[in-house]
Design a protein around this ligand. Structure first.
Ligand code: GLU
Length: 275
């Protein structure tokens, strides 16, 4: 039985790009689950969650209850973080520290901009702090994120692969550098929450936009470290605006709410996104 999911962040109204992702997931599974990715409490809003339910129902989608809300899952993320403890280190760097270190090393910032990486790889500044230095800085109340020591993690798992559209690809665990797995304000990050919750919800086919394909490398590594089941992946094309860019809050006219209020039917939406 194939279980797929749609996992929006409630930070705005759903638009045509979301409709495409949701319908692809819905059609691709025998079971379809919903997850509200609201770990970012500063940007998430309850009224956007209500709007997500309304829009998806209007599109004719139905999902298994209960809907999983990431903001209620901090204990599960903390437990996963504890499991990874030997492979992680606290990072006290600010964005400015990291930029300075990269500039000082004479390296151009990486231009690839994998999703969530803000355009550069962390140079590993805090990896080499001594246990004493770490303790002193924690005791002084300095805020810190938790990073995964990716080289150590990859050495532990050995080579990994992931299955994308039924083909196997090699995992490049270092693609994002020593990725943040717990933000300064939370016991988790995007990557950690996603793997813990995909497993919790029994998702065995992850469908999502191709802009998230690079994230699969990190997520597969985390699954292996946490001994979670390996889902299959099927990344899909993105629905772009007239300028070839991803839809965003700029595109108020293509929110499902606006289109509905302008008289569009669910069939019109499907026709417009080619589904
Ligand atoms: N919540 C993420 C987003 O809105 C999607 C996460 C995922 O599909 O892995 O882009």
């Amino acid at each position: 039985m194939i279980v797929t999911r749609f996992a929006p962040s409630p930070t705005g109204l759903l638009h045509l790009g979301h409709a495409f992702a949701a319908i692809v997931a819905f059609q691709g599974g025998d079971d379809f689950v919903l997850r509200i990715e609201d770990i970012d409490s500063a940007r998430s809003r309850d009224h956007f969650i209500e709007a997500i339910f309304l829009d998806l129902k209007w599109l004719g989608l139905s999902w298994d209850e209960p809907v999983l809300r990431q903001s209620a899952r901090m204990d599960a993320y903390r437990a996963a973080l504890d499991q990874l403890e030997d492979l992680t280190y606290p990072c006290f760097c600010t964005r400015a520290d990291i930029a300075r270190e990269i500039a000082g090393a004479g390296d151009a910032p990486h231009a690839g901009v994998p999703h969530g990486n803000k355009g550069f790889l962390y140079p590993g500044t805090c990896r080499t702090l001594t246990a004493g230095e770490r303790q002193a800085r924690m005791a002084a109340g300095e805020p810190y994120a938790i990073r995964l020591d990716v080289a150590a993690a990859a050495a532990l798992t050995g080579p990994l692969t992931f299955l994308e559209h039924s083909r196997r690809y090699a995992v490049h665990p270092g693609l994002f550098g020593d990725v943040v797995i717990a933000r300064k304000d939370l016991p988790t990050s995007y990557h950690l929450s996603v793997v813990v919750d995909d497993a919790r919800q029994g998702v065995n086919l992850v469908t999502r936009g191709e802009d998230l394909l690079p994230a699969t490398h990190v997520q597969r590594l985390l699954q292996a470290l946490l001994a979670l089941p390996e889902p299959q992946y099927a990344h899909h094309r993105l629905i772009l605006d007239e300028d070839g860019r991803k839809f965003s809050k700029r595109n108020a006219a293509v929110t499902l709410k606006a289109l509905r209020e302008a008289g569009a039917t669910p069939a019109d939406i499907r026709a417009r996104i080619g589904l």
